[in-house]
Design a protein around this ligand. Structure first.
Ligand SMILES: [Zn+2]
Length: 188
């Protein structure tokens, strides 16, 4: 998978938070749902499982953020910021690091969007919430399930509907009704 090899190259086969080389896996940074180079980080099993199960987090493990918070990759900055934010409730050192951390405005927005309870809302490629009736542009050629057709990049889908799955919106493209992965759209 090309995305995964690009990620492995970026992280130099080390966990992007703690530099461990054990069992690296891509981790999608919410509210994004698709593994892409921009929206995923490579994490070791320890970091990944402690992020997914915050109650198991070992505060000492996260001293690694002291270094990784300076990573240049926005997705890594977002994960580091969120983890420091959680730890800062009980750990003074995490609070101090958080104070030192600087995020560009759009990175800070991304970090905060994924922290709140709105993560279950459909969002476009930029993390903008999609609502019923929105018009969206398709950002890459998408094969239509069960046919040989594609919806071309740049196709505009007007008046989308939401679905039960926050990853999907529905709308009409090429004259057919279909589900579209929210993250492959851009709100107009
Ligand atoms: Zn790690």
């Amino acid at each position: 998978m090309a995305t995964e090899s690009a990620l492995l190259e970026r992280c130099e086969s080390k966990c992007e938070l703690c530099s461990s080389t054990a069992q690296l896996q891509p981790f999608v940074v919410a509210p994004h749902t698709q593994i892409t180079v921009d929206h995923a980080v490579m994490l070791c099993e320890t970091c990944k499982s402690q992020i997914e199960n915050p109650e198991t987090a070992d505060a000492n493990h996260w001293r690694c953020l002291n270094d990784s918070m300076w990573n240049q990759t926005p997705a890594v900055q977002v994960v580091a910021w969120r983890q420091l934010k959680r730890l800062s409730e009980s750990e003074a050192w995490a609070h101090d690091l958080l104070d030192m951390m600087y995020l560009e405005e759009d990175v800070a927005n991304w970090a905060m969007i994924g922290m709140d309870d709105d993560a279950e809302k459909p969002r476009d490629v930029n993390g903008v919430e999609l609502k019923k009736g929105d018009d969206v542009t398709i950002i890459k050629d998408l094969p239509i399930k069960g046919s040989s057709q594609v919806i071309k990049q740049g196709t505009v889908v007007r008046g989308i509907s939401l679905s039960d799955d926050p990853k999907l919106v529905s709308g009409k493209a090429n004259g057919q009704s279909m589900y579209i992965i929210a993250e492959y759209t851009r709100k107009k």
